[in-house]
Design a binder for this molecule. Structure first.
Ligand code: ATP
Ligand code: MG
Length: 237
């Protein structure tokens, strides 16, 4: 098997939480990944905007990785351009750096994978990397062959064959924390505690900057009216 087994976990991370870290840890241990890249997404202006700016979302991902091995990296590749990012373009960047599709494992929750047919470059994207799909509370990978019957023949469970060239959809039934960024944002807007839902440095960052204290998006960088909830320069602004 290739020694280059690269995991890529994409998301808006608005904010990152223990569920994301559980998903990543499950993929790293079950698939023996040599690296895990956490890629914060830019969100197209016509889609519902994250509440926190890309800068804050990336900062929180970095803080969540403070106590992880340095094989886990926060990657800013999708934030370097104003244009919205597509996973297929990000995977092409990895190919351009010399990685084969069979080296790459795009890590994704079962809830998100159920929407895969709506992704840019579908179905070609399934040939660009292995997809490591992890159960999420309420979304078991056991249901996937029935819910996505057209893709069932590409689905596999570990242990995988030693030599595997054709990218697969790998189903991982690992437990992950029952938490979502939506629930965290809602709790913060309601002034409810979020202890235990995110790593302590992420919680400190949220509190320090007053993130998510209202449900108004931070729109810096998206070219729309600027009404952010954190990052004011003066209290009276
Ligand atoms: P939101 O509520 O804003 O959609 P989220 O918690 O779903 O946030 P995302 O940034 O949308 O987080 O998710 C990034 C990736 O992590 C997706 O592939 C998603 O399926 C996966 N994921 C998030 N939370 C979990 C979890 N608790 N268990 C398994 N997968 C998860
Ligand atoms: Mg989500």
């Amino acid at each position: 098997m290739s020694i280059r087994r690269i995991g890529i976990l994409g998301g808006t991370f608005d904010p990152i939480h223990w569920g994301h870290l559980d998903v990543a840890a499950a993929a790293v241990s079950e698939l023996k990944l040599s690296r895990l890249f956490i890629v914060t997404s830019n969100v197209p202006p016509h889609r519902p905007q994250p509440l926190a700016s890309p800068f804050h979302r990336f900062a929180m991902v970095s803080l969540a990785l403070l106590d992880r091995p340095n094989t886990w990296r926060a990657v800013d590749v999708e934030l370097r351009h104003e244009a919205p990012s597509f996973t297929s373009h990000t995977l092409e960047l990895f190919h351009a750096r010399g990685y084969l599709p069979s080296d790459l494992f795009f890590v994704i929750g079962a809830d998100a994978f159920l929407e895969i047919a709506s992704w840019h470059d579908y179905p070609r994207i399934l040939d660009a990397a292995n997809f490591a799909v992890v159960s999420r509370p309420g979304f078991s990978v056991k249901e996937l062959p029935l819910r996505l019957p057209d893709l069932a023949s590409r689905m596999a469970r570990p242990p995988l064959d030693e030599v595997q060239r054709q990218p697969l959809i790998i189903l991982l039934d690992a437990p992950t924390a029952d938490v979502s960024s939506t629930a965290i944002r809602q709790r913060l807007a309601n002034r409810e505690p979020i202890t235990g839902l995110v790593p302590p440095p992420v919680q400190q960052h949220i509190e320090h900057h007053g993130l998510y204290s209202s449900m108004t998006p931070d729109r810096r960088g998206s070219g729309v009216t600027q009404t952010w909830t954190a990052g004011r320069l003066h209290d009276k602004e």
